[in-house]
Design a protein around this ligand. Sequence first.
Ligand code: PHE
Length: 360
Amino acid sequence: MIDLDALERDLLGQIEQAGDEAALEALRVAALGKKGSVSELLKTLGAMTPDERRERGPLINGLRDRLQGAILAKRETLAEAALDARLAAERIDVTLPLREAPETRGRIHPISQVIEEITAIFSDLGFSVAEGPDIETDELNFTALNFPEGHPAREMHDTFFLRPDNFGKRKLLRTHTSPVQVRTMRAKQPPIRVIMPGRTYRHDSDQTHTPMFHQVEGLVIDRSANIANLKWVLESFCRAFFEVDSVTMRFRPSFFPFTEPSAEVDIQCSRKDGELRFGEGTDWLEVLGCGMVHPNVLRNGGLDPDQVQGFAFGMGIDRLAMLKYGMPDLRPFFEADVRWLDHYGFRPIDVPSLVGGLTG
Ligand code: PHE
């Protein structure tokens, strides 16, 4: 005859040892399941004599009830322990500072910001925006802009050339945004009022030059656009851009093959102790070239110089940014240093507009 006390001690011991709810369930099935050891014992009651049954029945049933009770109690203990473990693992310290959301943490690069500002100002003056490719043909970057083959002005551009194609023609990284002038003339009929922002490239690097930089070209063509209009547009732009009542600008006579007459424009600034300050001092930073569009360029753009005329300008976006935001060196603009961007970058939700304020 089976020793019920020994069986009970053994099973209770195993229940006590069960490490998790799955182990406990396995034990329950092994003892009380259909083919469980205790269930098998209960089945033996049927074959007993009434006397035997009277004696063994309560013993076996009692064993089953105690086991069920022990399993239930253990299950509760295990569930509580599991909950405690989860609470401990998923503990949140609500006193910790909030992690900043991407839209407040991210920064807009000053160049992107300044392009947005420039676009807002010129849109207000009735200009639309056009773009051209960074990889340009020699024809559009130079020839159509009235740089004759072999002209020394080509050398002044420190051009990056690509490998020549099968016909010996070499494309280049555009050295200025002026080729988009010709693209625009070929695509649109006057009156034309466009700005053309984009990347430009020259083999040059120092505090105010980087091999890749940004320009915005401006082009106005109609029947009577003249130098007075050009000056007014540039001055209006500078006042709006620098958010001041007057800007000290210096127009110097200059030469560009694609404009006649031509001028370069400097903006007054001071450089002290590695700081660049706008609107004071005795230094000047050259920020743009401009002039009346040369008749040859109008012709190359498919226009008739006896019918229309106009002016063009090309501004250095990076330098405008340096002046406005007081950054003394251009090179960090392109070093992708997050600390620099954190300091000089702009919040993405402050979109520049003339109504809402350019710089938020
Ligand atoms: N393309 C000239 C430069 O890069 C600037 C310029 C543009 C001058 C338009 C005159 C007219 O220096």
